[in-house]
Design a protein around this ligand. Structure first.
Ligand SMILES: Nc1ncnc2c1ncn2[C@@H]1O[C@H](COP(=O)(O)OP(=O)(O)OP(=O)(O)O)[C@@H](O)[C@H]1O
Length: 345
């Protein structure tokens, strides 16, 4: 397992990682989430002794990284897929790593086969696509057959088949009893892969919980009900002391009552329903809800507006409503490109 205790990293005045204490357990895939700049890569680098902590410790199976003999046989990692000597072939790159870590040469062929790069084993890695480089990085992580694996954005650049493959690979590694710690911004992918989540924001621990609990605790689940007799249904629900609010498309959103009970109530009062659907928030919604206040980099609202002949940047789409305060026929600069347009006029 990986144990962090009070792990902290300052870069000058910037607190990149702030007093993290947590344990990453074997046998499951643990997802590592946080907005841009939250401190994920810094934490992973400190786990691998690539950065010195300002305070605190990291232990891999009870030992500091520096105490590990042949560290690749304890912990394998994919951090920067492109950080490979471009002049070396894939096989040579892996062979160098193997030789410096007491790993037999035969493992190079095995891991190249595992990641599907046998056909390009002798090709120089500088010609590799991002997806191929990711696979080579994963091969390097697997080389020493370690019990602990770290993957920073492993699906970056992979095609759908590759994404499917890495998802199964991580699950299989965990099922073998290994510790698998993975960061990704792809929430849908994380939701399919990780069983446990660690979430940080501005360097601080925000959640350390199972995927299920995380979604339940940080999002609202409700039942959407649609009926041609919405007002009657609303009165009925209120008379039963059930909270319901009118939503778009003639529907109601009902909190805290299972769909079965709502269906039975409607049937008992002979009310027709056109929809009765439980709504559970996604990991993405739960993540955004939890981390909204710790997002460091905010983009401005507004759509990029393409400059078209006869239509100034920021102009309205045909049929779009006139912005408040605008004179008829006059396009108002709003959103993306608005400052640029103001400077021009
Ligand atoms: N070498 C460095 N020198 C100065 N500041 C740094 C350095 N490395 C990281 N930082 C800062 O530390 C903070 C955490 O960065 P880090 O790269 O760990 O975040 P992250 O969660 O991995 O972000 P992303 O999701 O964008 O990859 C950021 O504010 C970053 O600017």
């Amino acid at each position: 397992m990986i144990e962090l205790e009070g792990l902290t990293k300052h870069y000058g005045d910037k607190v990149a990682v702030d007093d993290l204490t947590l344990t990453v357990r074997p046998g499951i895939v643990t997802g590592f989430l946080g907005p841009n700049g939250a401190g994920k890569s810094t934490t992973m680098r400190m786990m691998l002794d690539l950065d010195n902590p300002t305070a605190g410790t990291v232990r891999i199976d009870g030992k500091h990284y520096r105490q590990l003999q042949d560290p690749l046989t304890y912990i394998g990692a994919l951090l920067e897929a492109k950080s490979v000597h471009g002049g070396r072939s894939a096989a040579n790159h892996l062979l160098c790593l193997a030789q410096s870590n007491g790993i037999p040469r035969s493992r190079v062929t095995e891991v190249l086969d595992t990641v599907g790069l046998s056909g390009v084993a002798k090709k120089r890695s500088k010609g590799f696509s991002l997806g191929m480089s990711q696979r080579l990085g994963i091969a390097a992580a697997l080389l020493g057959d370690p019990q602990v694996l770290l993957f920073d954005e492993p699906v970056n650049g992979l095609d759908p088949e590759g994404i499917h493959w890495i998802r199964n690979l991580m699950k299989n590694l965990a099922a073998q009893g290994r510790t698998v710690f993975v960061s990704s911004h792809l929430m849908s992918e994380m939701a399919l892969t990780a069983e446990h989540l660690i979430v940080i924001g501005q360097g601080r621990l925000m959640a350390d919980t199972s995927m299920r609990e995380f979604i339940q605790q940080n999002s609202r689940s409700y039942v959407r009900v649609r009926s041609p007799e919405r007002e009657k249904l609303l009165d009925l629900l209120h008379s039963e002391g059930i909270d319901a609010v009118a939503a778009g498309n003639g529907s109601l959103e009902v909190d805290g009552v299972p769909a079965d009970r709502l269906g039975e109530l409607a049937a008992a009062h002979q009310l027709v329903l056109h929809e009765l659907s439980p709504q559970q928030a996604s990991l993405e919604e739960a993540f955004m809800q939890l981390t909204a206040d710790s997002v460091e980099y905010h983009a401005r609202d507004g759509e990029p507006v393409p400059a078209q002949a006869g239509s100034p940047p920021g102009g309205r789409a045909p049929g779009a409503p006139q912005p408040a305060g605008a004179r008829p026929g006059e396009a108002q600069p709003t959103g993306w490109g608005a400052d640029w347009q103001k400077k021009r006029s």
